[in-house]
Every structure is written in C-alpha cells, then in structure tokens.
Design a protein around this ligand. Structure first.
Ligand SMILES: Cc1cc2nc3c(=O)[nH]c(=O)nc-3n(C[C@H](O)[C@H](O)[C@H](O)COP(=O)(O)OP(=O)(O)OC[C@H]3O[C@@H](n4cnc5c(N)ncnc54)[C@H](O)[C@@H]3O)c2cc1C
Length: 389
C-alpha cells in the first residue's frame, strides 16, 4: 500500500546529503560546466538555514570558496599545559575560517537559479547500486539515478581493533570590551585546561578587537554532559583569558569521528564523499581541504569510466600514520597534550601542515617523526601491524 503512494523520480545525478561535500561538488561541477546537461536531484533532510559549523583550515595558495573566507590569521600559536607559549613557524601557511551559513546561502543562491537542479527535502532511508544504475529510497519517493554521490554519514560497523575516537567540542563566539588579543594570531591548541577526560584543549580565534571564538575540544571515546562543556568554557574565559564581563553571541556543538576505519569510496555507481567517503583526516578531524581535493579529482575524471577508481590523496601511508597516532593516544603512555606540544615545539608548522595534508614524501616525514618520543610510536606501529594480520 505504502509503495503505491511513493513518487517515482529519475535523474542523471543524485546528491544524497546537501552539506559541505554534496553542495561543494554540485556547485563546482556546474561552475566547471561539467553537469550542465544532467538532471540533478539534491536530497537532504534539513533546511540548511543555520550557521551550524565554522570550517577552518590552513592553506598556502587559493582554495575553492576563497571568496567566503571571513577571517585569516597569519600568526599561529600553541600553549602547553604548563603555560609555555609556542609560536609556530608557519612558513607561508595562513589559517582561515568560513561560516557554514555563508557557504549554504552562497551555494544555494546559485543552485536555485539552475533549471536542471531539483531539491527534495526528504530523509534518505537507503541507497543501492548495480553496475548499470542506482536507486535511493525515502519514505515518500523512489529515485533512480545514473550516479549517486552520497555524504549521509552513518557510523560504520567496527571490529575490536578499530580505533574510533570522537573529536567533540563546544564553541562560543563571545563579545567583550576586555579582550586585548592580537587579532592576527590564532591559538590552534591551548592545553591550559584539565586533561582528565583525554586530550583536551581550547581553540581560540580572535575575530575582531572585541570578539573571540573559543572552543573547548576533546579527543576521547565518549561525550561529556552538556553542562561540563559550559563549565570548562566559563572557567577558561574567567581564569585563563581573565575576562569578567562578556556576552555569548553564538554557540556551536559538534562531534567528528577520528578513526582508522577504512571508509569505502565507491560501490558500483555510488561515490561516497565527505566524512563517509574518508575525507576526514583520522589524526585531526580536519575535512574541508580534503573534500575540495576529492572533488577536484572527481571532476577531473568526469565522466567516470568503468573500474576507474578515484586516486585517493590521503595515501595508505598517511592513513597508517593516523592509525599509529590513534593507537598512541589510546595507550595513554604519551599524553596527547605532551605529544602535540613536542610536535609543535620541534617541527616547523609548515612541515606539520604539509604532513597533515598528506603531501609529504617519506623523506619529508622525518621532520614530524623525529620530533616525537619514538617508543610509544614503535609500540603502536607493532599493534597496527599485528591487527592487520
Ligand atoms: C560543528 C562542526 C565544526 C567543524 N569544523 C571543522 C573545521 O573547522 N575544519 C574542518 O576541516 N572540518 C570541520 N568539521 C568537520 C567537517 O568539515 C564537517 O563535518 C563537514 O560538514 C563534513 O562534510 P560532509 O559533507 O561529509 O557532511 P555534512 O556537511 O554534515 O553534510 C551531510 C548532509 O547530509 C544530511 N543528512 C544526514 N542524514 C541524512 C538523511 N538520512 N537523509 C537526508 N539527508 C541527510 C545533513 O542534513 C547534511 O546536510 C566540523 C564539523 C562539525 C560538526
């Protein structure tokens, strides 16, 4: 009975999930004149009308959506748990932020003018593909497509050896006349907070002379109670930043998987993009740049030929480094706050950024590897190799 009521739709390209990856891909494909003649359906269960994320990333040259960057920082610093300030040598890299609402509005304003693009506000229940075609089901529609690009995240089934950390955080934008920070200096990790729940730090980005983005971030395997994030943020603002009067203008909460699970990129004519496609770096949770690199590769290879697999920019070698790091964090012998401070103290940040962008050769990897205590890493390497067998 239910199936008789379902809409039957056909298209060339179905985008499941209209977030960072789905919208970036559709926008960039149309701007590059790749999908002008294709019938495109975009399926998402949310209205995309909220500023739900701030996407920040380091970069050297121009990046897609450069025009949406609302703030750039050229000076980057880290504070150790004991309060030592480490000023990074960023070697031409800057740190940049985009508000997700600016991105949604900008991309949707363009897509809504495209007559070959249709939006469906429905929840994807399932997707499947044969070698010839794809199908997606929602509670009210059955959609057949030549290709699906999917960014709807589901936690994968893990085996007992898989590391699955959560990067969980609460961020606030505060306004205070007492702020006296250099507005061109971003604090990527400020460990001047308790480390009882795992690797824990504040991430502070001065937005203007009287506005600051402060985020309480943890790498651990379970979440805190909401009030614990609030208390930690209040204590940091009062005791570390020494601000007594401030107003909270905006709040965001997020959870990003940090895992060595190997996400599958393709199944027949389905291509997974974004976090579900493996674009979230296991060691850091950073995703924005990887999504854009994946899209560049998809568009360069368009139209896809049979069995032509996307060449992944996060290589097996870099995924193995991520697995090793996650095992070191899990082992807890080398506390995360010490590990990251050793890294930033002993390696120029440009080497670290290049490494985290998966752009380093084995010879360049030495900058990062030799800055860290080797024994916990050798132990973790042994664990990773043993688990692979
Ligand atoms: C609060 C927050 C801040 C972040 N900050 C950064 C950062 O600073 N830098 C960085 O590099 N990365 C950051 N990330 C990580 C990453 O960039 C984001 O998670 C990014 O949005 C991932 O892109 P995506 O397209 O995979 O997923 P999303 O952008 O989440 O898009 C997925 C879409 O699928 C839709 N959807 C979900 N389920 C269904 C369903 N069943 N049916 C239909 N639609 C569905 C959702 O509504 C959403 O629009 C952040 C993540 C969060 C949560």
């Amino acid at each position: 009975m239910e199936s008789n009521l379902k809409k039957e739709l056909d298209c060339d390209i179905l985008i499941c999930g209209a977030g960072l990856a789905g919208l970036s891909l559709t926008y960039r494909a149309l701007k590059a004149n790749k999908w002008r003649d294709a019938k495109i359906i975009i399926l998402d269960n949310s209205g995309k009308r909220q500023n739900d994320k701030t996407w920040s990333f380091w970069k050297t040259g121009e990046v897609p959506f450069e025009e949406l960057i609302y703030k750039t920082w050229h000076n980057l610093s880290v504070f150790s748990n004991s309060g030592e300030k480490i000023s990074l040598k960023s070697g031409g890299y800057s740190y940049n932020s985009i508000n997700s609402l600016d991105f949604y509005q900008y991309v949707l304003a363009f897509l809504e003018t495209q007559t070959n693009v249709q939006f469906l506000h429905e929840e994807v229940l399932s997707i499947d593909s044969t070698e010839q075609s794809c199908i997606a089901r929602t509670s009210t529609s059955t959609i057949r497509a030549s290709y699906i690009f999917n960014s709807v995240y589901q936690q994968p089934e893990l085996n007992k050896h898989t590391q699955y950390f959560l990067q969980h955080f609460k961020g606030v934008v505060i306004k205070s006349a007492e702020i006296s920070m250099n507005t061109d200096e971003a604090f990527l990790m400020d460990f001047r907070t308790g480390q009882d729940h795992g690797t824990t730090f504040f991430y502070s980005l001065p937005i203007s002379a009287d506005k600051l983005f402060v985020e309480y971030t943890l790498f651990s395997k379970s979440l805190l109670n909401q009030e614990d994030y609030d208390v930690a943020i209040q204590q940091y603002i009062k005791n570390v930043l020494k601000l007594s009067e401030y107003e909270v203008l905006h709040t965001e909460f997020g959870v990003i998987p940090m895992t060595d699970y190997q996400f599958k990129r393709t199944k027949n004519r389905i291509t997974n993009i974004g976090t579900i496609g493996g674009d979230t770096r296991g060691a850091t949770g950073y995703t924005f740049t990887n999504v854009q690199k994946t899209i560049t590769k998809i568009l360069e290879a368009w139209p896809p030929e049979k069995n032509n697999l996307l060449k992944e920019h996060i290589s097996k070698k870099h995924k193995m480094y991520d697995a090793i790091l996650l095992n070191v964090l899990d082992d807890k012998q080398y506390p995360g706050h010490k590990l990251f401070c050793d890294l930033f103290k002993n390696t120029e940040a440009n080497h670290i950024f290049k490494f985290l962008d998966a752009e380093t050769s084995i010879i360049e990897d030495r900058h990062v590897i030799f800055s860290l205590d080797p024994f916990p890493f050798l132990k973790a390497l042994n664990t990773v190799l043993r688990n692979k067998i």
